[in-house]
Ligand binder design. Structure first.
Ligand code: ZN
Ligand code: ZN
Length: 388
């Protein structure tokens, strides 16, 4: 079947007007603005840490050391703002001015000198710290990789709908505490299945083997959850939001209906909870899963060679997002290709990449439109059922 399909390359045309070029003030303007916004957010988080930071994350980082990072971020925002102003007399100069203004407000609120003390843990909080660290980390790792080894060199950083995906990215990180509260509540229903002796046996095996056990168990749950979202007509409109991306990169992977974001975390928590692995194995898994989830969406032309036969790689997952017939409803796995192989949903023509991404029926292009999309579809189906 596959050998008969006429694979075509995807073309991304060059957009000279929107390209980032050195010396125009555009790069410095955007950097100044983003650093200004992040600095202000960080300062607000330092002012109200119990409401605006993540308990789990505070255990890992040193808030006082991060104040030094904030200090350099604030000064860099101002320097880049001034540079923008010097380089550009046109519209970009407003980016620089805005960056300086955000940073100035951050300074007025106390800047990097806000005293850091013990924090009262709150049941629910906004993960501003998680948002800032993940954003800076992703830019540092994934955006750099995309610029060094792009699959589509002409694809812009600010490609169509980058702002929509930035909203999803921010929401998913800010809502981390609500997601964890929901996921923990969900797994509490599985107390009956916990076996102390089984968990003890699991913890007695080497950490790296525990990690492999988690990857396979989590992959099994994620595979079937993902497949259900595709194959049950009632669930598809929720997952279709993730598939509405037409330009895939590190940021695009964040796009997903909040119902899917919450349900995915809650489901993957079941095997983690039942296995009762060591904290070290769990930490390796969480880091691996978070990095892989972003990596597989990247605009990355690196050949992963033999790893393609074991792990889910960008090319494999890009095929999952293809709107071409042979790729529809294939490649559900999140971590390894094992279950797609086993359950016959594997589609990976290694010589080719998809010619187009997206859904066959186009979704609304705004966050509100996409959030309400499942409701719209369900109501429409109900109506046609009643009039039939
Ligand atoms: Zn999917
Ligand atoms: Zn995806």
């Amino acid at each position: 079947m596959d050998s008969e399909y006429d694979y075509k390359p995807r073309t991304v045309s060059k957009n000279v007007d929107k390209e980032f070029r050195l010396g125009e003030g555009r790069i410095s303007g955007f950097c100044s603005l983003f650093l200004g916004i992040l600095s202000l957010l960080a300062v607000i988080a330092y002012l109200y840490p119990s409401m605006l930071t993540t308990t789990e994350l505070r255990k890992i980082y040193d808030a006082e050391q991060l104040q030094q990072v904030l200090k350099y971020g604030m000064y860099t925002s101002i320097v880049l703002g001034i540079l923008t102003f010097l380089l550009n007399k046109g519209a970009y100069k407003y980016l620089g001015i805005s960056g300086i203004l955000f940073t100035a407000v951050a300074f007025l609120l106390g800047g990097y000198r806000i005293p850091v003390g013990p924090v009262e843990p709150a049941a629910l909080s906004l993960g501003i710290d998680w948002l800032i660290l993940a954003f800076l980390g992703s830019i540092f790792i994934f955006l750099s990789l995309e610029k060094l080894f792009p699959k589509y060199r002409n694809q812009l950083i600010m490609r169509p709908e980058w702002d929509v995906d930035l909203f999803y990215f921010s929401f998913n990180h800010l809502a981390i505490s609500a997601i964890l509260v929901f996921a923990n509540y969900h797994v509490s229903h599985f107390d009956w299945a916990v076996s102390a002796s089984f968990q003890e046996n699991i913890r007695s095996i080497p950490t790296i083997v525990q990690f492999v056990v988690i990857v396979i168990s989590a992959d099994f749950v994620l595979y079937w959850e993902h497949r259900a979202y595709h194959e049950f007509t009632v669930l598809w409109p929720i997952h279709a939001v993730h598939h509405s991306i037409e330009n895939i990169d590190w940021l695009a992977g964040s796009r997903g209906h909040f119902v899917q974001v919450f349900s995915e975390r809650a489901m993957v928590m079941i095997p983690l909870y039942l296995l009762g692995v060591d904290q070290a194995a769990l930490n390796i898994y969480v880091t691996f899963a978070a990095l892989q989830a972003v990596l597989i969406h990247c605009n990355l032309g690196i050949s992963f060679g033999p790893l393609n036969y074991i792990l889910v790689t960008p090319q494999f997952h890009h095929w999952h997002h293809s709107s071409e017939k042979p790729a529809i409803d294939t490649n559900y796995s999140a971590h390894t290709v094992l279950f797609d192989r086993l359950f016959k949903t594997y589609h990976f023509p290694k010589q080719h990449w998809p010619a187009s991404y997206g859904t066959t029926q186009r979704l609304p292009r705004t966050v509100i439109g996409q959030t309400l999309y499942p409701l719209k579809v369900w109501l429409k189906r109900l109506k046609t059922k009643h009039t039939a």
